[in-house]
Write a protein of this length. Structure first.
Length: 355
């Protein structure tokens, strides 16, 4: 009898099942014929209403291995045993092999609060499913090793004093190969990132187009504010505000009262470091915003407000374009949006009222 445990996890650099009542993913409970397997799922509860808050909680509460924080972890303790049968003349054979595996998978669990960031629940559910698939992959590698032990050890024949040690050596060799498969699995999947486990990295913040899009409504990172002036008065003031912000108006939709600018810059925009304007994540998936080309899409939309006031919605979309790598969606920090609002406000002679 022996045991085999493998730990595999997804790094928390990019942090991020669904609600506590979420249906159990069937991939967690699949085992090959002959292996007596059981999967226990252990949860650590995280809290937050935004991507950033959930990331912070996962870094704080997720599994810790060798001083590093992880999102998920899989352990696969395994026991094997067999029954010997005498074949006569001092020989024995192995007629029955039993492998029992009790996988232990650790995952985050989140119950969304009422004021959860729009779209976050769907992204969490997508992410969790991908993470379950990745961790189940680690479990499956161990289970496959268990099946190999059954197939290779069953039927072995040798002198009775030697057969158990030979069978044990074979079982350990299979386990050692499985250890290497676990390592290669993390290398080839980039700890699950190729399977979709990058929570919020490129899928949630924005689905960013390659050309300027005039947005129809508020989104994450927008700045909305009330301006003291009719819609027509604010409309004619927009070009001056854009010019003062070192922006130009390249797209106009007079029906929607929307304007926009787009550009690709490196290092700075509007005399500000790019990293103060957008957050493009951190390695391995992200890039520091000051070190790569970043395509910026700025839009402003006006709506008639109460009495003689108007509402402006400013939004910045951004995509980092590292050389030789896939584009990375960036999150606006709201700095440029607020600056546009304040420039409009100053020209209209009003007081600040923004959200």
């Amino acid at each position: 009898m022996n045991s085999f445990a493998r730990t595999a996890a997804l790094t928390a650099a990019l942090l991020l099942a669904a609600c506590a009542s979420a249906k159990r993913n069937p991939v967690l409970d699949k085992y090959p014929p002959g292996v007596s397997g059981h999967t226990s799922v252990f949860y650590y509860d995280v809290h937050g209403r935004t991507v950033a808050e959930l990331h912070a909680d996962i870094r704080r509460l997720g599994p810790k291995i060798d001083g590093n924080s992880f999102v998920g972890e899989t352990r696969s303790p395994m026991r094997w045993s067999w029954r010997l049968e005498s074949t006569g003349g001092g020989g024995c054979s192995i007629r029955e092999v039993s492998v029992v595996m009790n996988a232990q998978i650790t995952l985050p669990r989140w119950t969304p609060p009422a004021d959860t960031q729009p779209g976050l629940v769907a992204e969490w559910n997508r992410f969790l499913t991908a993470l379950e698939v990745h961790e189940a992959g680690h479990k499956d590698i161990s289970a496959k090793a268990g099946k190999a032990i059954i197939d290779r050890v069953r039927g072995m024949s040798a002198p009775c004093p030697m057969i158990s040690s030979r069978a044990s050596e074979l079982a350990r060799a299979i386990v050692n190969r499985a250890h290497e498969e676990q390592r290669l699995y993390d290398v080839t999947t980039r700890h699950g990132l190729t399977q979709g486990t990058a929570f919020g990295a490129q899928r949630y913040f924005v689905t960013v187009p390659d050309s300027l899009t005039l947005l129809a409504g508020p989104r994450i990172g927008t700045v909305r504010g009330v301006l003291p002036g009719t819609l027509d008065r604010v409309w004619v003031t927009l070009p001056a505000a854009y010019m003062a912000a070192n922006l130009s108006i390249k797209v106009v939709d007079t029906t929607a009262h929307a304007v926009g600018d787009s550009m690709t810059v490196r290092g700075t925009i509007a005399a500000m470091p790019m990293s103060e304007v957008v957050d493009c994540g951190a390695p391995p998936l992200g890039r520091h915003a000051d070190s790569v080309d970043v395509s910026i899409f700025v839009t402003s939309r006006l709506d008639a407000g109460e009495a003689s006031g108007s509402m402006v919605t400013n939004t910045v979309q951004a995509v980092a374009r590292p050389a030789g790598a896939a584009p990375i969606a960036c999150r606006s920090r709201g700095v440029l949006e607020r600056r546009l609002f304040e420039l409009l406000l100053n020209r209209l002679g009003g007081s600040r009222n923004q959200s």
